[in-house]
Design a protein around this ligand. Structure first.
Ligand code: FAD
Length: 368
């Protein structure tokens, strides 16, 4: 939206009108009166918000809280439900962090055990959003953002907004790494895992060797699935939680979970999968494939905003780690998205602080 000025005849009322809200469907604009010429007024479109936050994950919410504390006009826009990524985590998962490490906005997080489960985390973040009365638009996807004349114009699936600054707290859970092999589009292939019950008495292949793959293999095995892991590397990843690692290694050693190391899945068919192993190709009888191969941030969307990236293996976005400002002025990065492909670098525990860094910077800029 390029036009920023409107000429409107308001009759005699114009002499005392300086700010108003104009509704010319489908637009709704906040405006200030710039020039009065008789009954005619030239209005200038105001930026609706000081700061818009894309993503209502834990870190987007933390940014909203800091913006509210600073008295900024702010809005959080979320394409799904509140803490959408957490909602899609496995139903029986337990966080590796203790509950106080997941707290935001000074709201205490009390869980039954020291480490909360998914249901407790959903309950907690709902309580945070209500107690801070955060302004959040849910089920509204940000489709595109244009940046001109010091204003971000944000187009969502429902309407347009304008803001002086923008925070991307986009997470990484929307785009799974694809296997890019024939048969990946079959309904029996899943890139997200929710619960073990559907896999009882089924032959499943779990692809991957990181935390998610290991959790899925152990849980489905314990609920009656026949599990085979197909692992590209020569061992279970070092990053696997230290209290889980011995469990999976012992199950593999005793043969109750089968694992093919230095192996790759090549083709998926209705009844079988084909894998390449160091001993040669193999056909396995198979009912389901759970491809736990990780997820990646929405790089295309970030690039469309002009954000630059380092030339490193993780495709790390460029930002100032004191202010969290990206290579684009007034555009900030928060949360897991800051790590690029290194999606285990930033998590709730260690990226909550991004919110304070950003809002402090926004406040300092406003003073100068
Ligand atoms: C199984 C599992 C267990 C974990 N356990 C822990 C733990 O114990 N401790 C810990 O600290 N971390 C843990 N993590 C990591 C942690 O959940 C993430 O690092 C955290 O969610 C990051 O928060 P975020 O706000 O940056 O991103 P997210 O929580 O991913 O939020 C991003 C939000 O942006 C929304 N969004 C994306 N694109 C758009 C768009 N175009 N328009 C509008 N909205 C959009 C998404 O829907 C999403 O709600 C775990 C992760 C997994 C997968």
């Amino acid at each position: 939206m390029e036009e920023h000025f409107f000429l409107i005849n308001l009759g005699k009322k114009s002499s005392f009108l300086f700010e108003c809200h104009i509704r010319i469907a489908p637009l709704e604009l906040s405006c200030t009166a710039e020039v009065l010429i008789g009954e005619w007024v030239i209005f200038k479109k105001m930026q609706e918000y000081d700061i818009v936050i894309i993503g209502a994950g834990p870190i987007g919410l933390a940014c909203g809280i800091e913006a509210k504390k600073a008295g900024l006009r702010y809005l959080i826009i979320e394409k799904g439900c509140l803490v959408n990524s957490l909602y899609h985590y496995p139903l029986n998962m337990t966080f590796f962090s203790t509950s106080e490490k997941l707290e935001i906005g000074g709201v205490p997080f009390i869980s039954h055990g020291s480490k909360p489960n998914r249901a407790e985390a959903l309950e907690y973040y709902r309580r945070v959003a209500s107690s801070w009365e955060l302004q959040i638009k849910l089920y509204e996807k940000v489709e595109s953002v244009t940046n001109g004349n010091g204003t971000f114009e944000i187009e969502t699936s429902k309407r347009n907004y304008s803001s002086q600054a923008l925070i991307l707290a986009l997470g990484f859970y929307d785009l799974p790494y694809l296997l890019n092999i024939p048969g990946e589009d079959l309904p029996k292939v899943r890139h997200y895992y929710d619960e073990p019950h559907p896999y009882f008495n089924q032959k499943i292949v779990v692809v991957g060797a990181a935390n998610s793959a290991v959790d899925v293999a152990l849980e489905t095995y314990r609920k009656g699935a026949e599990v085979t892991m197909v692992i590209r590397e020569s061992e279970i990843r070092e990053s696997v939680k230290y209290w889980v690692r011995p469990d999976i290694e012992n199950r593999i050693k005793e043969g109750t979970i089968k694992a093919y190391f230095n192996s790759e899945i090549k083709k998926i068919e209705q009844k079988v999968v084909e894998i390449n192993t160091p001993e040669g190709p193999l056909l396995l009888d198979n009912d389901f494939v759970l491809a736990m191969t990780g997820y990646q941030p929405p790089f295309d969307f970030m690039k469309s905003l002009g954000i630059q990236f380092l030339d490193d293996e993780f495709h790390t976005p460029v930002y100032n780690d004191k202010t969290m400002e990206s290579s684009v002025s007034n555009l900030y990065l928060a949360g897991v998205v800051c790590g690029g492909l290194k999606t285990n670098k930033w998590f709730i525990e260690n990226s909550r602080v991004h919110a304070e860094l950003i809002i402090e910077t926004v406040k300092q800029k406003a003073l100068h």
